[in-house]
Write a protein that binds this ligand. Structure first.
Ligand code: ADP
Length: 293
């Protein structure tokens, strides 16, 4: 066994006595190219019934990807669909806190059940498995990707119309695992006006093309601040560059969220489901179209 063994034989080429499984021919580990020797999409748990998988990605952390994931699930749930969130942000999970969800994950020989939010949204996150929510997850990439696969295969997503996958920022190991291993129907890209939107969207578009998964559209978070006194919109982080991006890449804008202390308070206080307003109506319309196919 090598000194740096992380017990994940799928990512290790060392031929040692402890080897249990062959090395997977995954992208980036053989020739650095996505698309090489693509492993097949993984079957979900035998008791799962998931209609659509939607990945939510961003170029960097802190732009509000989890906020958009949470509001998207709330919006679809309010529209009468069963929504779920697979929190694939393993080292920075924030979904359970936003929904005020805590408790023990229970399982049986076939798999384990996600926890339900007050509004009935199914949630699975690394934070629900940690002894203390403040415990850090200090694992190497292949182990983290393994957990994401387990959240798909070993969690019983009993009856979910839209399963939103809250990805870690960027285009690293976990997004690659999600795109290769889960039957992702489409990608929502979250940006903010201070982002280098062009570059981020272009990277997302290129990755989506490599993976042959459509980008459903872009949501701009922290887009503006509406003055509570005069009602005027102020562009705190500068003017949006979205119109340009939309024209260049021919992808729709699915929503614009204001900077609003009520959103921050609701998410920090575990009450995201109490937020009023339909910030993501265009997104909901696009997702509903998927259901007609
Ligand atoms: P990410 O998932 O991209 O890292 P989060 O969704 O966790 O980002 O958001 C980062 C922080 O910003 C959180 O504290 C969240 O409550 C706050 N936040 C996100 N979007 C907004 C918004 N539109 N208005 C006010 N606060 C926001």
């Amino acid at each position: 066994m090598s000194e740096s063994c992380d017990f994940d034989c799928s990512s290790c080429g060392t031929d040692c006595p402890s080897r249990k499984a062959p090395q997977e021919n995954v992208c980036g580990e053989n020739n650095g190219q996505a698309g090489c020797g693509e492993p097949p999409v993984l079957a979900p748990n035998e008791l799962s019934k998931v209609k659509h998988v939607i990945a939510v990605m961003s170029g960097k952390g802190g732009v509000g990807k989890s906020m958009v994931t949470a509001l998207a699930a709330v919006e679809m749930s309010r529209a009468g669909y069963n929504a779920g969130i697979l929190d694939a942000d393993i080292t920075g999970p924030s979904i359970p806190r936003m929904f005020g969800v805590k408790g023990e994950i229970r399982g049986n020989a076939v798999g384990a059940y996600p926890l339900k939010s007050d509004g009935g949204i199914d949630i699975m996150s690394m934070n629900l498995l940690l002894p203390k929510q403040t415990d850090p997850v200090v694992w190497r990439g292949p182990v983290i990707s393994g957990v994401v696969r387990q959240f798909w295969q070993e969690i019983i997503w009993e009856d979910v119309d839209y399963l939103f996958v809250d990805m870690p920022p960027g285009t690293g190991d976990v997004p690659l695992t999600v795109f290769q291993s889960l039957p992702v129907d489409g990608i929502i890209v979250v940006t903010s006006p201070q982002d280098l939107v062009n570059m981020i969207v272009e990277k997302a578009v290129k990755m989506a093309n490599m993976m042959e998964i459509p980008i459903l559209g872009v949501v701009e978070n922290m887009s503006y601040f509406r003055c509570p006194d005069c009602g005027k919109e102020h562009h705190i982080f500068g003017e949006s560059h979205l119109a340009h991006v939309v024209a260049q890449y021919d992808i729709p804008v699915l929503g614009r969220l204001p900077i609003d202390h009520r959103l921050a308070e609701a998410s920090d206080g575990g009450e995201i489901e109490t937020v009023e307003g339909h910030f993501l109506d265009e997104m909901a319309a696009v997702l509903k179209e998927l259901d007609k196919d």
